[in-house]
Design a protein around this ligand. Sequence first.
Ligand code: GDP
Ligand code: IMO
Ligand code: MG
Length: 422
Amino acid sequence: MNTIVVGTQWGDEGKGKVIDILSEKADFIVRYQGGNNAGHTVVVDGKEYIFHLIPSGILHKGKVCCIGNGVVVDPQVLLQEIKGLEKAGIRIDGRLKISSLAHVILPYHKILDQLRETKRAHKIGTTGRGIGPSYADKTIRCGIRMADLLNRRVLREKLKDNLREKNEIFKKVYAHPGFDFSRIYEEYLDYGRALSRYISNCALLLNRAVALKKDILFEGAQGTFLDIDFGTYPFVTSSSATAGGACIGTGVSPVLMDKVIGVAKAYTTRVGEGPFPTEFLPPFAEMMRDRGNEFGATTGRPRRCGWFDSVMARYAVLINGIKELAIMKMDVLDGLKKIEICVAYKYKGKKFREFPDDWEVLTRAKPVYKSVPGWEKAPGRSQGFARLHPNAKSYLRRLEDLLGAKISMVSVGSSRAETIII
Ligand code: GDP
Ligand code: IMO
Ligand code: MG
């Protein structure tokens, strides 16, 4: 079975926890896009693990975890992540594979990401990790790939060529001194040596696994509305976070995919800039942020919070081909008297039931809400759907109706145990 797990909102839906749970029954877990802009949190026995590049499936013994060709890799961050896991007693050897085709994040990508943000009139609010510039180099065909770190001659030539152009731009456009070839060259050769045992042809490995009827989980980072095409452009990330990205980012054909699971929070959050029709107003916004502990796992920035937006989520179901949903953080809504669900947008007297492409509509429209009654925490609810508060159950049923997909998992807390499988 080949299953894609994808975020249906603006990221941080709880994909890490879902992947961790589904990993138990998988053989391979593969990240297909994004980089260390992602922060996926898993809580096991009270211990919190935050993953930026390695799939959270690594916590399960014997599972093979891949970083696909669609990912951009900051080798320094990856090595730190490996070290952190080894320190926590998790064996990596033989279980971590990095695609030789994955692009590398270089120091100039990170600096350029940050410089661009400071110069922009309308900031995107990027994570500053060099994601956009690295994908830009991939697309304009001057990127450096993991395999290049293993070949001194190729790396020298590519890096020299890049720096010749980039240093001019850094000096002339950004008044930045530019970068020294030897330092980057030696540093990245070292990374290549340290990572060489993990680097291989992942497309081959995964297709062989498919032939052997192994179970593969494809882990999306970010979410549908941060997708480079379908997101709230330009306030998006630079990769294909939607389900289609799983094929491009791993080399496993679309005809081999069996299922797409969409992950959604029971409300909505967003980090960084950009439109957010259902965003809460203060002081409710702060209260909900504190209840949900909504602070970025990568940058620590406070996340913006709002009501569940079924217009967005339904579009995500469509774009990704989602049949199953995991609804996360239901517990954060405990104790509210009334809960709103956005069912349409309204702008200049017109109602929009579909997610609008028109920027003016998206940024100025007012949400149309349906109110539903809230609930108190029900005892023993982690033990099954039946034990949820009746109002919580009807909230979930309402989401199913609005989205046209079945809920197969409900999360009522950050730990593995606080999960209802339906
Ligand atoms: P991801 O990027 O989609 O993997 O999500 P993040 O890890 O960035 O953010 C989700 C946060 O919510 C993490 O801190 C999780 O530990 C936490 N979390 C996940 N599920 C639940 C839940 O059901 N309830 C609560 N309270 N926290 C949850
Ligand atoms: P996970 O996988 C939430 C946001 C940034 C910014 C925009 C572009 O944990 O869900 P980038 O650095 O990618 O160029 O920033 O995208 N962003 C995320 N928001 N969760 C993420 O990942 C994100 N990755 C990027 O905040 O608005
Ligand atoms: Mg996250």
